[in-house]
Ligand binder design. Structure first.
Ligand SMILES: Cc1cc2nc3c(=O)[nH]c(=O)nc-3n(C[C@H](O)[C@H](O)[C@H](O)COP(=O)(O)OP(=O)(O)OC[C@H]3O[C@@H](n4cnc5c(N)ncnc54)[C@H](O)[C@@H]3O)c2cc1C
Length: 401
C-alpha cells in the first residue's frame, strides 16, 4: 500500500496521494441497478479499488431491496387493521402489520404482485396509510412527523397528500451487505494497510441489514478502522509510489477521449449504463434463477466490450459523459461479483432469494462466498467456512434470549 490515485470531477485534474494506510469508505453499489434509493456516488468504487488491489470481497450476493412498505401478505401477520395498530402501539400480544415484515420479504411480495398483473400503472403497487385517520385523532400531524420527507416528496412531485391518498411505491435497491472482506477488530482487508468501513465493508449485517443498523455500524467500525489505520501508519514504513502504475492509471482514465470522435456506434456511456442497470434489475434482482444469472454474465461481458470501445468528446472539465465512462468500469466489476456470488449460493437466505432454491439450506449457512481475482486477472469465487463465534459474543446472545 503506497497511496491512492484519483481525479477531481469538476476540473478533471489528477491527484496522487501518498499514504502508508488507506481507509475506503465509499458507500454502496446501488447504481448497478435501474431502480435505487442510492445517490449517483454509489458506483462500487471502494469495492473495486480493493478488489483490483488484491483484496477479497465477501457476501456480494446480499443486496437489499427496500420495499417502502405494502399491505401484503395476510399470513404470519395481524389479521385485522385493529391488531396491526395495536402492534405499532407496543402490544406484545398483537402481530405486526404486513408492511413491517422484513424488507426482503415485502419486496418479494411486491414483485410477485407486479409479475401476476396486479401492479400499479407505473410498475409498482399502492401503499395507503391514510387509514390511520380512523385510528388516531391527530393522524395527519402524526404522519407528517413520522414521514416528513415522504410527505413532502409526494406532495411536491406528485401532488399527492399521503395523509389522504394512496401512494405508488416499488422495491428499490437500497443497501449492500457485501463488500471488502475485513478483520472485525481492525477493519483491515486481506491487503496489509488497506482498510474499509461502512457500506463498502462486509460482514456485520450478514445476509440482511435491519433498518437503522448502518449508522451504528459506521460509528463503531468507522472508529475501529481509523484507529487501526493510524496505528498501521505509525508502525510501518512508507512504500514508494510506482510511477509506472500512476502513468498507466492516468492513461486508462483518459482512454475514452482517445480519438476525440465522441460517442461510438455502441451507444455512449449513458446507454451502456442504462443497459447494465436494466440487466441487473431484471436478471440479478429480487428474485433470481440460475439461467437468468447465466444470461446476465453473458450480457455483462458484452457490456464490458462496449464499455472499452466508448469514445467521448469534450474536455476534462465538467464532463459527465467521461465520469460515467469511468464509473462503468467499477459498476461492471461489482455487477459481475454480485452475479457470480449469487450463482454460488444455491439457497435462499436474507436478501438473496433463488426461485430455483427457495429454501434456506443450513449447510450453506456455514460458509461465506468470497470473490477474488486470480493470478491471471480472472474473477473467481470460493466458499470460506464461517468463523466460530467467540465465546464472549455467544454469551451476549444467550443473555438476550
Ligand atoms: C434513502 C436512504 C435512507 C437511509 N436511511 C437510513 C437510516 O435511517 N438508518 C440507517 O442506519 N441507515 C440508513 N441508510 C443507509 C445509510 O445511510 C448508509 O448505509 C450509510 O450512510 C453509508 O455510509 P458510508 O460512510 O459507508 O458511505 P456514505 O456516507 O455514502 O459516504 C460515502 C462517501 O464516499 C464518496 N465517494 C464514493 N466514491 C468515491 C470515490 N471514488 N472517490 C472519492 N469519494 C468517493 C461519496 O461521495 C460519499 O461522500 C439509508 C440509505 C438511504 C439511501
Amino acid at each position: 500500500m503506497s497511496g491512492a490515485f484519483g481525479y477531481d470531477r469538476e476540473r478533471g485534474l489528477f491527484h496522487v496521494f501518498r499514504a502508508r494506510a488507506v481507509v475506503l469508505a465509499t458507500g454502496g453499489i446501488g447504481k448497478a441497478y435501474q431502480i435505487t434509493s442510492n445517490s449517483w456516488e454509489y458506483t462500487g468504487d471502494g469495492h473495486v479499488l480493493a478488489y483490483d488491489a488484491g483484496a477479497e470481497l465477501m457476501d456480494m450476493e446480499f443486496v437489499q431491496f427496500h420495499p417502502t412498505g405494502m399491505i401484503w401478505p395476510p399470513s404470519q401477520t395481524a389479521d385485522t387493521e385493529e391488531e396491526g395498530f395495536r402492534y405499532t402501539q407496543g402490544d406484545k400480544d398483537a402481530r405486526r402489520p404486513p408492511e413491517l415484515l422484513t424488507r426482503d420479504h415485502v419486496a418479494r411480495c411486491i414483485v410477485r404482485e407486479i409479475k401476476e398483473g396486479r401492479g400499479s400503472p407505473h410498475g409498482g403497487v399502492f401503499l395507503d396509510i391514510s387509514w390511520l385517520k380512523r385510528r388516531l385523532p391527530n393522524a395527519r400531524e402524526h404522519i407528517k412527523k413520522k414521514l416528513p420527507s415522504m410527505y413532502h416528496q409526494f406532495l411536491k412531485l406528485a401532488d399527492i397528500d399521503i395523509t389522504e391518498q394512496p401512494m405508488e411505491v416499488g422495491p428499490t435497491t437500497h443497501y449492500m451487505m457485501g463488500g471488502v472482506r475485513v478483520h472485525p477488530e481492525t477493519q483491515m482487508s486481506t491487503v496489509p494497510g488497506l482498510f474499509a468501513a461502512g457500506e463498502c465493508a462486509a460482514g456485520l449485517h450478514g445476509a440482511n441489514r435491519l433498518g437503522g443498523n448502518s449508522l451504528s455500524d459506521l460509528l463503531v467500525f468507522g472508529q475501529r478502522a481509523g484507529q487501526a489505520a493510524a496505528r498501521f501508519a505509525k508502525e510501518n514504513r512508507a512504500n514508494s509510489i510506482d510511477e509506472a502504475q500512476v502513468e498507466t492509471a492516468a492513461r486508462q482514465a483518459l482512454l475514452p477521449f482517445e480519438d476525440g470522435t465522441g460517442t461510438g456506434k455502441d451507444g455512449g456511456p449513458f446507454q451502456v449504463q442504462q443497459d447494465l442497470q436494466k440487466t441487473m434489475q431484471d436478471l440479478v434482482g429480487i428474485v433470481r434463477t440460475e439461467s437468468e444469472m447465466a444470461h446476465a454474465l453473458d450480457a455483462l461481458s458484452l457490456f464490458r466490450s462496449r464499455s472499452a470501445r466508448i469514445r467521448i468528446g469534450g474536455n476534462r472539465a465538467y464532463n459527465p459523459a467521461w465520469h460515467t465512462a469511468l464509473d462503468l468500469r467499477n459498476l461492471l466489476t461489482v455487477s459481475e461479483a454480485i452475479t457470480r456470488a449469487a450463482l454460488e449460493r444455491k439457497e435462499s437466505r436474507g436478501a438473496h432469494f433463488r426461485d430455483d432454491f427457495p429454501e434456506k439450506d443450513p449447510a450453506a449457512g456455514r460458509f461465506n462466498v468470497i470473490v477474488f481475482r486470480d493470478g491471471a486477472g480472472a474473477m473467481r469465487v470460493r466458499r470460506e467456512p464461517v468463523a466460530e463465534m467467540p465465546a464472549h459474543l455467544k454469551q451476549v446472545i444467550e443473555e438476550m434470549k
